[in-house]
Design a protein around this ligand. Structure first.
Ligand code: 4NP
Length: 174
């Protein structure tokens, strides 16, 4: 009898689910595809908002345009707010900043669920171990496209490192 590969459920979360978390979701999928070898079957990936402000809306236009330059397609994305039950099902919950974490804490008080929440930049190769983990800053209010590109670069390198650590067994979901 064949055994089905275990699927890691990974959820990327930000405030609006129109800039950072959809980009992180697409970037993680992109790195998985590069890895090949059917690895994508081992992961179930999604992204959600802590707010309902953009429910059903597509990704932010500036984020979509910058993402295209990196080969990431966000054209089919729709924003959705996280529900408490959905949160509890995840093996790993990756947030962009501490306010995302606080919002999730108010949704679910379970310690086991809370312990599965990690900041994305914990995995950033440019983060110095032993120093506070910086946020992925919210680019939404910025009028400078350079800010969107910097956020994108952070997300691309951090999601790549996250995947490498998961594959090496250095990060254990669940
Ligand atoms: P995100 O950015 O959390 O990276 O998707 C935001 C998008 C929209 C809003 C806030 C942040 N908003 O207030 O609608």
């Amino acid at each position: 009898m064949s055994t089905l590969p275990q699927r890691h459920k990974i959820l990327f979360v930000c405030l609006g689910n129109i800039c950072r978390s959809p980009l992180a979701e697409a970037a993680f999928r992109f790195h998985l595809k590069k890895l090949g070898g059917g690895k994508a079957r081992h992961y179930q990936i999604a992204s959600r908002a802590t707010s309902g402000w953009n429910e059903g809306h597509g990704a932010d236009g500036r984020t979509v345009r910058c993402a295209l330059q990196a080969g990431l397609d966000l054209s089919k994305h729709q924003s959705h707010q996280i529900k408490s039950a959905e949160l509890a099902e995840q093996d790993l919950i990756i947030v962009m900043d501490e306010s995302n974490r606080a919002a999730l804490h108010s949704l679910n008080a379970n310690t086991s669920v809370r312990n599965r929440i990690r900041l994305l930049r914990e995995f950033d190769p440019e983060h110095q171990p032993g120093t506070p983990v910086p946020p992925v800053p919210d680019p939404w209010t910025s009028s400078d496209l350079q800010v969107f590109l910097e956020v994108q670069a952070m997300i691309l390198r951090s999601t790549e490192a996250l995947l490498q650590q998961l594959e090496a067994g250095r990060v254990k979901p669940g």
